[in-house]
Design a protein around this ligand. Structure first.
Ligand code: JFZ
Length: 593
C-alpha cells in the first residue's frame, strides 16, 4: 500500500473540518502525503529494535492534556490534542494555559515500569504536537521549562528512565503543523510586528532548531516520528532527514516525515490491516479513543482486545504502537495501566508469539484467532474457542510434526490432528475449561519444514466466518478503500464494493470444510430497501430484500447449502437499489445447527 499521490493529509483534514458527513468517501491517497518509504532499511541494524520488538508505547502529552477535552465548561469529543483548533481557542488564551500546567505527578520511572510490564520494547512521546508547545527544554520560549510552574524537563527524565531500563526511546515532532508559531502550518500568518510570516521563517527559527535540540540533548534515539507533512516542500523535509541521520544514525524515521523519505511505513491510524503487508511498517492505535487525555473517554480496550490487535498486527507482518494519554497532572489513566499490564502478563508467558515473530502464512486473520510464526513453528492464538474445541485450518500443505497446547506454565499438552481433504482439524479430546479460558490460548504447531499454505478463504464448520470485500474478485462494480472520521480524528477505513453496473458481481472463492447448511449474512449500507442475489458455483441461490441504512449494518439473507465440501465460489450482485449508494462491506457464513 504505497501512495504516490501528493494530495496532502493537510488538505484532507481541512476537508473534514468543513464537511463531516458520517461516511465521507475519501480515498486513502488523499489522506496521506507520499507515504512510501526509502528501501534498504529492512535488514539494517537500526531496524533491529523495530523488527524484533513488534510492540511499543506511544504517548500523547502536551498542554492539551491539561484541558482534557474541555474548554470553558464545554466538552470537545474529538481527539483531545486538536482542541485548540476545533474549539477555536485564540493563540493568547491557549498560550496562557501554560501558566496553569503543573504536572507534578509525572513519574518517568513509573511510566517506564508500565511499558515494561506491558511487554513493550520502546516509548515514543510527543515532544511537540500541532499546538506548538515544546514539552522539552528549548531555546524557543513556549516550552515546559520556561513557560510553566513545573519548570522541569520531563522528556529528559523519560529519556533517562528508558535508557536505564533498556527500553528504546523516540520523539514525535509535528514538523509542518504548528498552530501558534508564525509561519507554521495552520499557524498565524502574521508576525507580532504585523509583517507577513512565512513557512521558511518558522522552519529556520523554530522547527529546525528544535529538531536539533531533540536530536542532540537526549542521548541516542531509536525513533524520530514526524507527523502530517501536509504540503511541506521537499527541501525542508530533506534538511530534517539529514539532520536526523547525522545526529542520530540509529534512529528510525516513520513515513510521515513525507516525500517517501522514511525508513518504515506508518499505516492509517487505529487499525489492524486485513491483509498481510510487506516491508517494515507500523500500525498506531490508542488504548481508548482519543490520543491525548480526555476527561470523558472511558472507551478502553481491555486486555483481550489489546492482545488481539497486537497479535493481529504482528500476524499481518507489522509492529504495534499503542498510545496512552497522561492527564494534566502527568498521570497515565489507571484503566489503561490495568489492561496494558494484564496483556503484558500474558505476553510474558508467551513471548515467542510476539517478539521476533513472523507473519501468518494465511495472510489474514482466522475466525477463531490469529497466527504468528517462529521458523517452522506456527503459534495458533485462539481468542474464541469454538464450542466443540476443534481448531480448523485450511490449505496447510506442510505436514505437521506435532501439535500441543501451551499451558502458560511452560508445559505442553499434546493435541491430536486429523487431515480432512485440504483441511486439518486440531483437537484436544478433553480440553478443560481452565485450558480454554483466559485471555487467549496458544497452540504450538511444529511443521516438517517451512510453512506452505494455499491461502483460500476457509468456511469453518464450527464458527462464523466473515469475509471482507477486500478478498472478493469484483467485476462490473468498484472495489475501493474509503476512510472517514467517526468522531473528529477517529479514523475508520473500509474496503467496500459499490458503484454497481448492470450485472456487476463480487465473488469470493472459498474452501468449505464440511458440506451442509450455512446462514448467510450481508453487511452493507445503502438507501431504501436493496434487493441482493447470492449464488454459488453449485447453483444454490438466495434472493432477498432488506433495509438500506446510512451506516454499515448486517442482515441475514437466508440459508445457503453446500452439497459438497471443498472449493466453491459465492457471487453477490445487487438486483434492486441505488447502484451508487449501496455498498457491500462483507459477507458472513455461520453453520446452521
Ligand atoms: C495525526 C495527528 O493529527 C493526531 O493528532 C495524532 O497525533 C495522530 C497519531 O496523527 O493524525 C493523523 C495522521 C494521519 C492520518 C490520520 C490521522 N491518516 O493518514 O490516516
Amino acid at each position: 500500500m504505497i501512495f504516490k499521490t501528493h494530495t496532502s493529509l493537510f488538505a484532507l483534514l481541512s476537508f473534514c473540518l468543513f464537511a463531516q458527513p458520517a461516511l465521507a468517501e475519501e480515498s486513502m491517497d488523499k489522506m496521506w502525503g507520499d507515504n512510501s518509504v526509502a528501501s534498504g532499511s529492512e535488514g539494517s541494524e537500526r531496524a533491529a529494535l523495530f523488527r524484533d520488538g513488534n510492540y511499543g508505547m506511544f504517548i500523547h502529552w502536551g498542554l492539551y492534556s491539561h484541558l482534557g477535552g474541555q474548554w470553558q465548561g464545554e466538552t470537545f469529543y474529538g481527539i483531545g490534542e486538536w482542541i485548540k483548533r476545533q474549539m477555536k481557542i485564540s493563540d493568547a488564551d491557549y498560550m496562557a494555559i501554560a501558566k496553569d500546567f503543573n504536572p507534578i505527578e509525572f513519574d518517568a520511572e513509573a511510566i517506564v515500569r508500565t511499558a515494561k510490564a506491558a511487554g513493550m520494547k520502546y516509548i515514543i512521546i510527543t515532544s511537540k504536537h500541532h499546538e506548538g508547545f515544546a514539552m522539552f527544554d528549548s531555546a524557543h520560549p513556549f516550552n515546559i521549562v520556561d513557560a510553566t510552574p513545573f519548570a522541569r524537563d520531563p522528556m529528559k527524565e523519560l529519556a533517562d528512565a528508558c535508557r536505564e531500563a533498556g527500553l528504546g526511546f523516540g520523539f514525535y515532532y509535528s514538523h509542518f503543523q504548528d498552530w501558534t508559531a508564525p509561519g507554521g502550518g495552520r499557524g498565524p500568518n502574521k508576525n507580532p510586528d504585523g509583517s507577513q510570516a512565512t513557512f521558511e521563517q518558522y522552519f529556520r527559527e523554530k522547527c529546525y532548531p528544535q529538531v536539533k535540540e531533540i536530536c542532540t540533548n537526549y542521548g541516542p534515539l531509536s525513533f524520530v516520528w514526524f507527523d502530517t507533512p501536509g504540503p511541506m516542500p521537499k527541501e525542508f523535509v530533506s534538511e530534517l532527514v539529514d539532520l536526523v541521520r547525522e545526529t542520530q544514525p540509529n534512529a528510525m524515521l516513520c513515513s510521515r516525515v513525507g516525500h517517501g523519505m522514511g525508513d518504515y511505513e506508518s499505516l492509517g491510524d487505529m487499525e489492524v490491516p486485513l491483509q498481510n503487508h510487506e516491508g517494515l511498517w507500523e500500525s498506531c492505535d490508542t488504548t481508548n479513543d482519543s490520543w491525548s487525555y480526555a476527561w470523558y473517554d472511558q472507551n478502553w480496550k481491555d486486555a483481550k482486545t489489546i492482545l488481539h490487535r497486537l497479535v493481529g498486527t504482528v500476524g499481518r507482518g507489522g509492529t504495534y504502537l499503542l498510545n496512552v494519554g497522561p492527564d494534566g497532572k502527568g498521570r497515565v489513566p489507571a484503566p489503561a495501566i490495568k489492561y496494558l499490564v494484564e496483556a503484558g502478563q500474558w505476553i510474558e508467558k508467551y513471548p515467542e508469539v510476539i517478539y521476533s515473530a513472523g507473519s501468518s502464512p494465511w495472510g489474514m486473520s482466522l475466525p477463531w484467532g490469529d497466527i504468528t510464526t517462529q521458523g517452522d513453528r506456527l503459534n495458533l492464538v485462539v481468542f474464541e474457542w469454538p464450542q466443540d474445541q476443534r481448531i480448523y485450518l485450511s490449505g496447510l500443505e506442510t505436514p505437521i510434526e506435532s501439535a500441543a497446547l501451551r499451558t502458560g506454565s511452560g508445559e505442553l499438552m499434546p493435541l491430536q490432528w486429523t487431515q480432512q481433504g485440504t483441511w486439518v482439524a486440531i483437537e484436544g479430546g478433553a480440553l478443560t475449561t481452565v485450558q480454554t479460558s483466559g485471555l487467549a490460548s496458544v497452540i504450538e504447531l511444529k511443521l516438517k519444514g517451512a510453512p506452505s499454505v494455499v491461502a483460500t478463504l476457509g468456511v469453518h464448520p464450527n464458527v462464523a466466518t466473515v469475509m471482507p470485500a477486500i478478498f472478493a474478485r469484483v467485476d462490473g462494480a468498484t472495489q475501493k478503500r474509503i476512510g472517514w472520521m467517526e468522531k473528529f480524528g477517529e479514523w475508520k477505513h473500509v474496503t467496500q464494493v459499490g458503484e454497481w453496473k448492470d450485472g456487476g458481481t463480487a465473488t469470493w472463492e472459498v474452501d468449505v470444510a464440511v458440506a451442509g447448511d450455512y446462514h448467510l449474512e450481508l453487511t452493507y449500507r445503502g438507501e431504501g430497501r436493496p434487493v441482493w442475489a447470492i449464488e454459488t458455483d453449485e447453483g444454490q441461490s438466495l434472493q432477498n430484500q432488506q433495509a438500506g441504512t446510512s451506516g454499515y449494518h448486517t442482515y441475514p439473507f437466508g440459508i445457503l447449502n453446500f452439497a459438497t465440501p471443498g472449493k466453491h465460489s459465492i457471487t453477490v450482485s445487487l438486483v434492486e437499489g441505488d447502484p451508487e449508494l449501496t455498498s457491500l462491506k462483507s459477507i458472513g457464513l455461520a453453520p446452521a445447527r
